[in-house]
Design a binder for this molecule. Structure first.
Ligand code: MOS
Length: 740
């Protein structure tokens, strides 16, 4: 059988999804369910003076209106300081304080969704409002450095060499501020939870979550339950992009409400309610300075990021991280600072840190290349880091040179005319820009099990999640390859805390972590089956050496004498066993101390800018990535492309529009929160290098969920400058900024 791993196999869950038979969290059928609707704060800072629920209570079908006045107390909330890393401090009706706009302040429970919504509209709230503060620029003096960034792994501030001296000795330098707006994830499927108390101390949750086990841990903690008494089920997710990583307030509220009415509760967050309490990307203010010698070699690079956090919790958008490792600058300083604002806590959003950070860094590198009158790609090659300049470690693998070469060749970069405004087609100013992509390679401990069934099919289990990105499919491929069977003989299950324990699907780590566990479990079962055959006197393979056994098309046979062999079914039938099973744990080893592990890529963009109106269109993009072993050419292509489209979005469209007087985001819907439509996306060309990396994990995959967006934004922003000669350093680059 040809090797399945890497093949462009169709999604195994594709048919279920397009026929509407894949149940998302809210669609699970639970008898006797009650519908919940959230009531949200309309102010961003202050307290509730009174809350009148009488009219809501009188609404036909309404069972209960839960507010801070009658909600059960959660004593375990005092231990929020001990929350797990993916936990967040929740607002679950424990006091009358309003900390941000769109904070949940009530839950209406009714026999129908309509009654619950009507009741929610009838709740009358009086506030004592205070002036909210959500702006960065006027409050820069309040910024303070946190200790750690990037999931509490990396220091917030670093120095290498002497950046000031390096700047002083440079021939050419730049010093600019780049800013990015608040951005809200907006997955297709809004967050939703069904909470069922099966017993006073046992809770089942159908939840749209990126981490069934982290969900279980956090919920158990807040309700004082044993983790094994919380069962989380999440077989299908309509996108997450980081927003479904932590456990947010609505999950806890659904479980609290279900306890109050002693019935299952269904709670779906509405689109407008998603703007505030479920995480978002903070605004960033990135000050970048860089100096170089006339020959283009960097003498110094500094990157200082200031972003928001909430008034009650710290989260850092770690945008300065790329400037530590991407270029061989001998002198380097980076920092992150936070300003407390009257907002919900910002959170992980696809390529947290790296997405805005590679925008700032790669726009600055473009500016310095122009100052040097050097081709932007040449300039990057001149400063190529052959080892990690920060960690002083070799790369586990790095194909960035090859990515630059292949990407540039496919794009036709050598035909670029260097002068801004020098390429034109009719009324369209043509611009070409490029940038570097990078994302860390991570993994966490994960486990999986594999089982041969009597009918010759295989069941493979891991608790993990599929956000819509492909784990169902790639895990099936990995397992089927080990067993030498066609993929339709393998049934892979995920999204359930009753299955083997796995980490959260974040940080692009699912393929590397759980893919490795699935691989090891499948290999262990394969080995077990071979041993069973050769040690069984009745098997035709009896006494054949294990190295001589080949498995193909569901049959074990001797390589040297293929007529000697048997099927999995006969092997199992003779033993009278219903199935044979193997388990495996995969966990990181010492590779992190020996290597610096990243995926890299090169992004190229062509924009057409209307010379009169300033309207920008991304006509085409080419990117080439080096991301280890690619497990499925089709889902990988979609992942990379999706990231690049998000880069278009970040460059030209996205941003939550803030009313700073009221502390509210006013475009809290998909009509006004702009993301690109098909008409906004030109041709997207995705390439990758076949990169072999034996150091990172057993399957050699680096993870591709996030790298696609990195560098994409800067490539487009740099193309806009090349087209127009106008440098906009404030995202999104809208036409008003071009014609201003
Ligand atoms: Mo990703 S933003 O780490 O889910």
């Amino acid at each position: 059988m040809p090797e399945l791993i890497g093949k462009p196999m169709d999604r195994v869950d594709g048919r279920l999804k397009v026929t509407g038979r894949a149940p998302y969290a809210y669609e699970h059928q639970v008898p006797n369910a009650v519908y919940a609707t959230l009531v949200m704060s309309t102010i961003a800072n202050g307290r509730i003076v009174s809350i009148d629920t009488r009219a809501a209570q009188r609404t036909s079908g309404v069972l209960l209106v839960m507010t801070h006045l009658n909600a059960p107390k959660l004593p375990q909330l005092q231990s929020q300081a001990k929350k797990p890393p993916t936990g967040r401090i929740v607002q679950v009706l424990q006091d009358n304080l309003v900390r941000y706009a769109n904070q949940p302040i009530g839950v209406v429970l009714a026999e129908s969704l309509e009654a619950a919504m009507e009741g929610a509209h009838l709740v009358e709230v009086k506030y004592a409002a205070e002036q909210p503060h959500l702006e960065l620029e006027p409050r820069l003096s309040q910024a303070v450095a946190p200790e750690k960034v990037g999931g509490a792994q990396d220091p917030a501030v670093t120095h290498r060499g002497d950046a000031q001296a390096g700047m002083a000795e440079s021939d050419v330098r730049i010093d600019h501020v780049y800013s990015t707006p608040f951005e809200v994830h907006n997955p297709m499927e809004p967050h939703a939870t069904i909470a069922v108390w099966d017993a006073p101390d046992h809770l089942t949750l159908y939840d749209a979550t990126q981490g069934v086990f982290t969900d279980r841990e956090r919920v158990a903690q807040l309700f004082g339950l044993e983790p094994q008494n919380v069962h989380v089920i999440s077989p299908y997710i309509g996108g997450g992009f980081g927003s479904k990583g932590p456990v947010w307030s609505h999950v806890i509220l659904a479980a609290m409400a279900a306890k109050q009415v002693n019935r299952p509760v269904k709670l779906a967050v509405t689109r407008p309610q998603m703007f505030g309490m479920l995480g978002f990307r903070s605004q960033t203010r990135q000050a970048l300075a860089a100096g170089a010698n006339h020959d283009g070699s960097l003498t110094a690079l500094t990157h200082e990021t200031i972003c928001h956090t909430s008034t009650f919790e710290e989260f850092v958008e770690s945008a300065s991280l790329p400037s530590r490792m991407l270029y061989a600058a001998p002198n380097n300083s980076t920092s992150h600072k936070l300003i407390r604002s009257d907002i919900g806590t910002p959170s992980f959003m696809r390529a947290p840190g790296e997405a805005p950070g590679t925008y700032g860094l790669e726009a600055a590198m473009d500016e310095l290349a122009y100052e040097l009158k050097m081709d932007p790609l040449e300039f990057r090659l001149k400063n190529y880091a052959d080892t990690d300049p920060e960690k002083k470690l070799p790369w586990s693998s790095k194909s960035l040179r090859e990515c630059y070469r292949q990407g540039a060749e496919r794009f036709g970069w050598s035909k670029r005319s260097p002068e801004p405004r020098s390429m034109r087609q009719g009324n369209a100013l043509i611009g070409w820009g490029m940038a570097t992509a990078e994302y860390p390679t991570r993994r966490s401990p994960s486990s999986a099990s594999a089982r041969l069934n009597a009918d010759g099919t295989f069941s493979v289990d891991a608790g993990t999640q599929d956000l819509g990105t492909g784990p169902y499919t790639i895990m099936t491929q990995i397992a089927a390859d080990s067993f030498g069977v066609p993929p339709d003989r393998v049934k892979f299950r995920l999204g359930d805390t009753l299955l083997p324990q796995t980490p959260v699907s974040g940080g692009s780590q699912t393929a590397a972590s759980t893919g490795s566990a699935v691989y090891l479990a499948a290999q262990a079962l394969r080995e077990k089956l071979i041993q069973m055959a050769i040690s069984d006197p009745q098997s035709p393979l009896s006494a054949v050496s294990s190295q001589d056994v080949v498995i193909e098309n569901g049959r074990l046979f001797s390589r040297s004498n293929p007529s000697k062999g048997e099927t999995f079914q006969s092997l199992l039938a003779r033993r009278g066993q219903p199935h044979v099973e193997a388990q495996a744990n995969a966990k990181p080893g010492a590779e992190k101390e020996r290597y610096s592990m990243y995926a890299f890529g090169a992004q190229f963009a062509e924009v057409h800018v209307d010379a009169d109106l300033g309207h920008i269109k991304v006509a085409r993009m080419t990117a080439c990535f080096g991301a280890g072993r690619i497990l499925n050419a089709k889902t990988a292509h979609s992942q990379f492309m999706g990231g690049m489209v998000w880069g278009i979005s970040m460059a030209l469209y996205e941003g939550a529009a803030t009313d700073y007087r009221l502390g509210r985001w006013v475009n809290n819907n998909l009509a006004e929160y702009h993301v690109p439509t098909n008409a906004d996306v030109g041709k997207i060309d995705v390439l990758w290098v076949n990169e072999k990396d034996d150091h990172i994990n057993p399957i050699g995959a680096k993870g591709i969920g996030e790298i696609g967006i990195t560098g994409a934004t800067a490539a487009i922003a740099n193309a806009v400058f090349h087209a127009t000669g106008k440098r906009v350093r404030d995202l999104p680059i809208t036409l008003d900024k071009i014609i201003a």
